[in-house]
Design a protein around this ligand. Structure first.
Ligand code: HEM
Length: 360
């Protein structure tokens, strides 16, 4: 019998079982944490997508935000002017890089009228010759309403349609905006926003700041914008009763020839907020014109090449890097969740009798 005053160390076999047991328990805890089961109040990509889905209704196969859109194709022709600030190869002089793009309007309802929001978006995937990619999603507005993913979630909860009226409860929305003064610049802009009745005449902004990284490893904080070569008329005037004028206008404009935008990088001054998309930078900042985006084709999104693209803003080429803005990584995680849901439902999309991967 073992002497209790002098316990024998556990055998090697017992130690091994203990280590295996700890590894199993540790893995289960890690899964529980990542899945949000251990902390149901923690904000997760699933919760963000659930609230977007609840607000717009379920539309299988479509993006959970910016659901109504159209695929476009073309190229980016570099001016070479950005090359001193970023070693990304697509910015070298004379380089032409193919792009897969998508114009859209915000909201999760793919049948929403084009006038349902005064905001349009432009997403681009640059496919570089060596296989590297840059993906970006930009909105035609000067500033984002909030600074953090939690506030984005709370904003969506506060503006959820009231089941009784089908519209947001004005008291809840007012309470949210009242307790979030950072929404002021966005509210001031949207109360007067009059977008043109065309995707082509808009200027689209990254809103989040990122870093360019030059050959010496020096970082330069920037935001970018894709500025229309055709100045915006700002009349906001589609034909009466027309709810799908943006795609129709785009098709008409492209039939007449390619549409062009300038990819401009705006450089932060010392002290400008890098990690907060709810703050506008003064408009006298240095701007470098990196080149021209040329769009010359379109396809419906149901089976066009943009359908299965996740325009994840954290996918950057060597020579660009994310900033500490918490929205960027939250967007990356939420877009992945939206992508997983919509691509598993694609057979539901009108015009796709069978999912794309099942076609011969
Ligand atoms: C935490 C903040 C945000 C969340 C949770 C969010 C969520 C989403 C989701 C779920 C999608 C659909 C993604 C897909 O299925 O492919 C989407 C699309 C998009 N978002 Fe955001 N978003 C956020 C902030 C922003 C910001 C700051 C911008 C700045 C410009 C932006 C621009 C866009 C654009 C352009 C698209 C459409 C991309 C496409 O055409 O596929 N979003 N967003």
């Amino acid at each position: 019998m073992q002497d209790p005053r002098n316990p024998r160390p556990p055998s090697g076999l017992a130690w091994r079982w203990a280590v295996i047991g700890l590894a199993v328990v540790g893995t289960a805890v890690a899964f529980g944490y990542a899945g949000g089961w251990l902390a149901p109040d923690r904000l997760s990509p699933k919760k963000i997508i659930n609230v977007l889905q609840a607000n717009s209704g379920l539309h299988p196969g479509y993006r959970r935000n910016h659901a109504k859109g159209i695929c476009v194709g073309g190229r980016f022709e570099s001016s070479g002017q950005l090359a001193p600030f970023s070693e990304a190869k697509l910015f070298a002089q004379g380089i032409s890089t193919p792009v897969v793009g998508r114009f859209a309007i915000p909201g999760g309802n793919p049948q929403a009228p084009d006038s349902s929001a005064p905001i349009r978006s432009f997403a681009l995937r640059f496919d570089m010759a060596d296989g590297e990619q840059w993906r970006t999603g930009m909105n035609a507005m000067p500033v984002f309403p909030v600074s953090t993913p939690k506030d984005f979630y709370d904003l969506n909860v506060a503006t959820a349609p009231d089941p009784a009226t089908g519209k947001p409860n004005p008291d809840k929305a007012k309470a949210f905006f009242g307790s979030h003064p950072e929404t002021g610049p966005f509210l001031a802009w949207i109360s007067k926003a009059k977008p043109p009745a065309s995707y082509v005449d808009e200027t689209y902004l990254s809103l989040n700041a990122f870093y360019l990284v030059d050959k010496a490893g020096q970082r330069h904080a920037v935001r970018w914008q894709v500025a229309a070569e055709t100045p915006s008329t700002g009349d906001g005037g589609p034909a009466a009763g027309d709810t799908d004028y943006l795609a129709a206008d785009l098709q008409k404009r492209l039939a007449a020839g390619p549409a062009r935008w300038h990819l401009q990088f705006v450089f932060a001054n010392d002290g400008d907020p890098i990690d907060d998309a709810s703050k506008i930078w003064p408009d006298d900042r240095k701007v470098v014109d990196a080149g021209t985006i040329v769009i010359d084709s379109w396809q419906p999104q149901a089976d066009g090449p943009c359908r299965d693209v996740n325009y994840d803003p954290a996918i950057l080429p060597h020579g660009m890097a994310i900033s500490g803005d918490p929205l960027i990584v939250a967007r990356s995680a939420a877009y992945a969740e939206s992508y997983l849901r919509r691509t598993s439902e694609e057979g539901h999309l009108p015009g796709t009798e069978r999912p794309k991967e099942a076609q011969p």
